[in-house]
Design a binder for this molecule. Structure first.
Ligand SMILES: [Zn+2]
Length: 258
């Protein structure tokens, strides 16, 4: 088999003596799941999702939005970060395009400029640093909208160095040899359906990004029971499915994928 492989490489004009190793998840796992929670919804994140994650001994990523945060919760966000969950940047005011949802016109992304948004993302980063001590954070685009004031802000944001990774379906890395990236924003989804999706990610050997908002209440929500069922499955299959914070998994994929 080795001789045949060598002949094949020569015939195709490849000069490398050894083929690049195929991408593999660490510790023999088959897939990865990244659980992300958006908008800093205190009741959902701090009262429901994080305690369920802690009981299951799983870690998630919380993309915080400054305007939803309360001073009284600062110790809880600090404790959440100190226990190994990841805090991410989701801006202060969450600008989205006009008509997405009810918000003052000043906060429509059409009313922003790139400079104003980058200033806001920088201020949010400082708040996050005060909570977790890390100098920079991953960023999730509000509403997956990548323009403000008619300008695409992704390239200036990358150039600014204000954030590390960007969670947005339009800017995900694409690998020739690396994991397929699958994403799902669960809203009103049953636990059984969430588990069925995770099984699809597992059979594809993929990197699956889950986006939650409300858990057990609030908006765009799933029930606490459904969330628990998903965590139960992930905990029971932790040897084959790597559930870890966003940056940990994404950095691994970028470093080991090609
Ligand atoms: Zn959001």
């Amino acid at each position: 088999m080795k001789i045949l492989l060598a002949i094949g490489l020569l015939a195709s004009g490849t000069t490398a003596a050894v083929a690049e190793p195929k991408f593999a998840w660490p510790d023999g796992r088959k897939a990865a799941i990244l659980l992300t929670y958006d908008d800093a919804i205190p009741a959902s994140d701090l009262d429901v999702a994080a305690p369920q994650l802690d009981r299951a001994q799983l870690k998630g990523t919380f993309f915080l939005m400054g305007k939803a945060m309360r001073a009284d919760d600062v110790p809880r966000w600090r404790a959440l970060a100190a226990s190994g969950h990841e805090l991410g940047n989701h801006t202060v005011n969450h600008p989205c395009r006009r008509g997405t949802f009810d918000m003052p016109v000043q906060y429509h992304s059409e009313s922003y400029s790139v400079d104003v948004l980058l200033t806001e993302i920088g201020a949010m980063n400082t708040l996050l640093t005060a909570l977790d001590g890390k100098p920079k954070h991953a960023f999730a685009t509000p509403c997956e909208h990548t323009t403000v004031g008619g300008q695409d802000y992704i390239a200036p944001l990358k150039a600014s160095g204000l954030v590390t990774l960007i969670r947005d379906s339009s800017v995900m890395p694409a690998f020739a040899d690396g994991p397929k990236i699958m994403g799902n924003g669960f809203v009103g989804t049953s636990g059984a359906d969430m588990v069925a999706w995770v099984k699809q990610v597992e059979s594809a050997g993929a990197l699956g990004i889950v986006v939650f908002h409300g858990v057990g209440g609030d908006y765009l929500s799933v029930t606490a029971e459904a969330h628990q069922r998903l965590l139960d499955y992930l905990a029971a299959h932790r040897r084959s499915i790597w559930t870890a914070p966003y940056s940990e998994v994404m950095n691994y994929a970028v470093q080991h994928g090609h």
